[in-house]
Design a protein around this ligand. Structure first.
Ligand SMILES: Nc1ncnc2c1ncn2[C@@H]1O[C@H](COP(=O)(O)OP(=O)(O)OP(=O)(O)O)[C@@H](O)[C@H]1O
Ligand SMILES: [Mg+2]
Length: 399
C-alpha cells in the first residue's frame, strides 16, 4: 500500500491519527479548565502512566484545549539535570510579555515582571549565572528569598494576578514531572496550594511515570487533595481496534478482523506498540485488506525495531547490576513482583538490593505500585529482557 499515505505515527509525542479511548480524561481536563477560568476550585491533573501510553500526546492536546479556552500556556519538560526555575523563567518571561500586549489598565503585569526579575536574582545566587535581560527594577522582598518553596508560590501569584488583570488565565503544563527534585516538586505543590486557596486563574497539568503520586504524597501530605492522578493505561480491545481500524478506513483501505485481533494480542493495547504494528503492517501489505498473515509477517520486524529503539536505549543506560536485577524481575514474568521474590531469584539478600533498586527507580525503569512490590515502567519490558539476556542463571550465579 502507498507508504506515503501511511496514517500511523510511531514516535515520542507524535499525535496519533485516532486518539482512541481518551474521551474521559479529556472531559476531565475540559471541566478543570472551565472551572479554573471561572475561579472555582478544582483539583489539578497529574497524568500518570507507563512509557509510551500517550501522556505527552494528551498533554499537548490539553494545551491546545487550554489555548482554545482563552488560556495563555506554558509547556515544559522536566529534566534530571536542569532546575525547574531555569525551565520556567524564559517561559514566564514570554508569558508576561504576551500579557503586556493585551489591552487593559493596571500595573499587575509590570509588577509580575518585577517579581520575575527578583526571582531570577535569587535563582542566580543558588543555581549560578543566568542572564535574561529584563528592563525593569526587581521588586525587592518578593520571590527573592532564595528558598524555592517560598519564592515559587509568590512568583505564581504575581503571574496569576497579572493574568487576572488582563482577564485571562494561565495553564502551566509539565511533562516528565517525576524528574523534578524533591525541593522543586514540593515548591510546585505549595505554589498550587496557594493558587487554590486564593482561587487564582492558574492551572497546572502534569504528566509522569506512576511513581508520581508517591513522590507528591511524600512531599506534602495534602497533595492528594490538590491533585488528581488519572491513570493512563493501555487501551481496551474495542479502543485499540478503533485506533488501528479508523485511520485505515479513513485512508480508504481495509483490515481484516483476524488481523486486528492479532495486533491486540501482540500489543496488549499499548498505544506506542499499536502505532508500530499499524505502521509496519500498512507498509508490508501489498493491497487491502491487511490480513492476519501480513501482521504475522511484520511481527519479527516490529519486534526488532522495538528492541533496537524503544527498549535498547533504556537497556544501554543500565549498569551490569541493574541489568541483573531487571532480568531477575523478568524471570518472574510480567509483574508486579515482590521485592523478596526478586532477591530470591537473584540469590541475593533483600537488604543488599536497596541501592540498585533506588537507582533503577531514579532512572525511571521501575516503580513501586504497592508496598514491597516492584513493577516495570516500560510495557512488555519483561519479554525484552528475556530476549536480551536469554540464559539467565538464577540463584546468584549471575549477580
Ligand atoms: N489514544 C491513543 N491511541 C492511539 N495511539 C496513541 C494514543 N495515545 C498515544 N498514541 C501513540 O503512542 C505513542 C506514544 O505516545 P506518547 O509519546 O504521548 O507517550 P508517553 O506516555 O508520553 O511516553 P513516554 O513515557 O515514553 O514519554 C505515539 O506514537 C502516539 O501517536
Ligand atoms: Mg512522553
Amino acid at each position: 500500500m502507498d507508504k506515503i499515505k501511511n496514517p500511523f505515527s510511531p514516535g515520542a509525542g507524535s499525535p496519533p491519527p485516532e486518539l482512541a479511548g481518551r474521551d474521559g480524561i479529556l472531559e476531565q481536563a475540559h471541566v478543570l479548565l472551565g472551572r479554573v477560568r471561572q475561579k472555582r476550585p478544582e483539583k489539578s491533573i497529574l497524568l500518570t502512566g507507563l512509557r509510551g501510553v500517550g501522556k505527552t500526546v494528551l498533554l499537548n492536546e490539553m494545551e491546545r484545549m487550554a489555548r482554545e479556552d482563552g488560556y495563555r500556556t506554558i509547556l515544559i519538560e522536566a529534566h534530571e539535570e536542569k532546575h525547574l526555575a531555569l525551565l520556567l523563567i524564559p517561559q514566564l518571561r514570554r508569558l508576561l510579555f504576551e500579557l503586556d500586549r493585551i489591552a487593559g489598565a493596571g500595573d499587575k503585569v509590570r509588577r509580575g515582571v518585577a517579581v520575575l526579575r527578583s526571582f531570577i536574582g535569587a535563582v542566580k545566587v543558588t543555581i549560578g549565572d543566568i542572564e535574561y535581560g529584563l528592563d525593569i527594577e526587581p521588586e525587592r522582598g518578593s520571590a527573592d528569598s532564595g528558598d524555592l518553596e517560598i519564592d515559587l508560590p509568590n512568583l505564581f501569584l504575581a503571574v496569576a494576578e497579572a493574568a487576572e488583570e488582563r482577564q485571562t488565565s494561565v495553564a502551566i503544563l509539565i511533562d516528565e514531572i517525576q524528574y523534578l527534585g524533591a525541593r522543586e516538586l514540593s515548591a510546585l505543590i505549595m505554589a498550587m496550594h496557594k493558587m487554590q486557596q486564593r482561587q487564582m486563574p492558574l492551572v497546572l497539568i502534569g504528566a509522569g511515570l506512576p511513581i508520581l503520586p508517591g513522590l507528591a504524597g511524600e512531599s506534602k501530605s495534602y497533595a492528594e487533595r490538590l491533585f488528581s492522578f488519572p491513570d493512563i493505561g493501555p487501551l481496551s480491545e474495542a479502543e485499540a481496534n478503533r485506533a488501528i481500524q479508523d485511520p485505515i478506513e479513513d485512508a480508504g483501505e481495509r483490515i481484516d478482523p483476524a488481523a486486528l485481533r492479532e495486533i491486540f494480542r501482540l500489543t496488549q493495547g499499548y498505544p506506542y506498540f499499536l502505532q508500530e504494528w499499524g505502521y509496519q503492517s500498512w507498509n508490508h501489505a501489498v493491497a487491502s485488506p491487511i490480513t492476519l498473515d501480513v501482521v504475522r509477517e511484520t511481527t519479527a520486524l516490529v519486534e526488532r525495531r522495538l528492541d533496537e529503539n524503544f527498549f535498547r536505549v533504556r537497556f544501554n543506560r543500565l549498569t551490569p547490576r541493574e541489568k541483573t536485577y531487571l532480568r531477575a524481575m523478568a524471570e518472574l514474568g510480567k509483574g508486579p513482583h515482590r521485592s523478596a521474590d526478586i532477591a530470591d531469584t537473584m540469590g541475593a539478600k533483600i537488604t543488599t538490593l536497596g541501592p540498585v533498586r533506588a537507582s533503577l527507580i531514579k532512572k525511571g525503569m521501575i516503580f513501586s505500585p504497592a508496598h514491597g512490590e516492584m513493577a516495570f515502567t516500560v510495557p512488555l519490558f519483561d519479554e525484552f529482557m528475556r530476549r536480551a539476556i536469554p540464559d539467565f542463571q538464577s540463584k546468584g550465579t549471575n549477580s
